[in-house]
Design a protein around this ligand. Structure first.
Ligand code: FE2
Length: 385
């Protein structure tokens, strides 16, 4: 994320002696991405982050593919995913390809007896229901309804939920998650025409140094396996850090919609991008104001992209019978469009309260077993009037 941030104590010069009150050295760690060529942070630990005491047996969390190839408009009833106590077990991948995995989760309990690190993917966790705190060595990030938590790969974290009713929509990206390049100037700053700016980015606060030795279980995800590691020092033993690589958050409620006299295309809703996909936010906004405008979207053929919509809240002018947490997947290759009657109905409307997250992957998505279990099988017929 291109905003410099720092918390805690750091030495005046990087890579120089930085000592504890007892005279011993803090342990410096460079956390870098794309080799040494992209964003990085320098972290100062109470102890080296390398003290492995034990390795457990790895186990697979690879998505189980139920439908590898398909050409069918599909809908999933996301809130039919059953709540589960454990955070990691509650995460159910539903739509996957080699660029991203989309999961749903309804975790009931906070993570208390282990830490988690995704070493294969950046995570974007959209908070649909629930509040709490993302705890990391970089500091704490409080989250609430509407937040996108962006957790770069390699960040060790714990989710602390305030209650048991939580609904999460999760994107694991095998490439770095970035703000759209066209919204950044040559120095990385978000420009005036961007729908949000640096002021809207929530950064970690309240760095707490856990200067603790013992047995600390970290479940590390890599190549579809979870590797249980026991480390000898607390992973949140940062005394300070600085740089551009850290977890952050952005609220969908802070996305300023771009509107026009006639229907605006989906890229105006773009919020993030990864390799071969984009994430967009549909937020309450004024409708098109040309005197003959049609606010409902036109039929369209995604010639080379699938389209996933995750319905969050409000009324959806283009579809009937949509419920919160519902997902629609419109695969590239066949057209889709507004539900019968919704075009006429939209004419003259001035405002929409719809709230949704859209993901356009440029390579086809596969459906998992968890996805077909919550499928609305007749959705593909929903355009018959
Ligand atoms: Fe669409």
């Amino acid at each position: 994320m291109p905003i410099y941030h720092t918390l805690g104590s750091i030495p005046h010069k990087r890579h120089t002696q930085f000592r504890k009150p007892d005279g011993s050295l803090y342990a410096e760690e460079l956390v870098s991405t794309e080799g040494f060529s992209s964003l990085y942070s320098l972290v100062y630990h109470a102890y080296p982050p390398t003290i492995v005491k034990e390795l457990g047996e790895p186990y697979s969390v690879e998505p189980k593919i139920a439908r590898e190839k398909h050409l069918k408009h599909t809908s999933l009833i996301g809130f039919n995913i059953k709540p589960e106590d454990d955070y990691l077990q509650s995460r159910k991948p539903v739509l996957v390809n080699s660029d991203l995995h989309i999961s749903l989760a309804a975790p009931r309990k906070s993570m208390t007896d282990y830490f988690y690190k995704n070493s294969q993917a950046d995570e974007v966790i959209f908070i649909h229901e629930g509040t709490g705190t993302l705890k990391t060595g970089f500091g704490k990030l409080k989250f609430e309804y509407g937040d996108y938590l962006v957790i770069p790969r390699g960040t060790i974290y714990q989710m602390e939920f305030d209650g048991e009713q939580n609904r999460l929509f999760i994107v694991e990206s095998f490439s770095p998650i970035r703000t759209p390049k066209r919204y950044r100037n040559q120095y990385g700053q978000l420009m005036e025409h961007a729908p949000y700016c640096e002021r809207d980015i929530k950064r970690p606060t309240d760095l707490e140094t856990h200067d603790e030795k013992g047995d600390f279980k970290i479940l590390i995800k890599k190549q579809g396996l979870i590797y249980p590691y026991i480390y000898g020092t607390h992973p949140f033993d940062f005394v300070g850090w600085d740089g551009f690589h850290y977890p952050w958050a952005f609220s969908i409620h802070d996305f300023e919609p771009i509107t026009g006299r006639v229907h605006q295309p989906p890229p105006v809703h773009q919020t993030f991008e990864g390799h071969n996909f984009v994430i967009c936010s549909f937020v309450p906004r004024k409708f098109d104001y040309h005197p003959l405008s049609i606010p409902a979207p036109y039929n369209h053929s995604n010639v080379d992209s699938d389209e996933v919509l995750y319905y969050v809240d409000g009324d959806f002018m283009s579809r009937k019978h949509v419920v919160k947490g519902q997902i629609t997947l419109h695969p590239g290759g066949i057209p889709h469009g507004p539900a019968p009657g919704s075009v006429e109905k939209s004419i003259g409307k001035e405002f929409t309260e719809e709230l949704a997250v859209m993901i356009d992957p440029f390579r086809p998505l596969m459906l998992t077993e968890d996805a077909v279990n919550i499928e609305d099988e007749n959705y593909y017929k929903s355009w018959i009037s």
